[in-house]
Design a protein around this ligand. Sequence first.
Ligand code: HEC
Length: 154
Amino acid sequence: MKGYRKHASTLMLIFFLLSGSYLWAQGDKQKKPKEQGMHHWTAPQEEKLRINPIPLTDESILRGKNLYTKDCTGCHGVKGDGKGPDASYITPRPSNLKAMAGHHRDGGLSWKIRKGKGAMPAWEELFSEEQIWDLVNYIQSLKSFDQKTPLKQE
Ligand code: HEC
């Protein structure tokens, strides 16, 4: 009986240690997305499903890149990693567009660029529909092809 008890308390200890580190890891996970500009913002379903009318050509990507360089790098950074010079004093942080590329549908990205949220301006006042789709094409082109994570279209 004594031996059993000793065994049980060792097991309990291991259990507490494991669950403790699990919770700690979860807490860490919850904190990270915001810091890295990976927090969640969801577009309405019907917007996500909108078809991009501008083909993904080099020309469109280049037009998007030119707009992006002029108007988006201050916050989202030259590389699209959300670390532009203005990013540090904005909460929530500007999104890491490079990490999101390929994981979000064109329609959802276009809606977010049009409507804005918080510090993210509503670009529909400045840009035409076509220009916004060019920006979407540019953002999607930032996807790194060695990405290990499977493609998940939100
Ligand atoms: C003044 C800073 C600022 C500028 C300039 C800016 N953004 Fe943003 N952007 C943000 C912030 C902050 C967010 C995150 C908003 C949130 O989730 O609350 C964001 C989010 C986004 C998202 C959504 C990503 C996602 O799926 O959550 C896209 C797409 C985006 N920006 C594209 C652009 C493009 C394209 C431009 C240039 C035309 C631009 N942004 C310029 C601050 C900025």
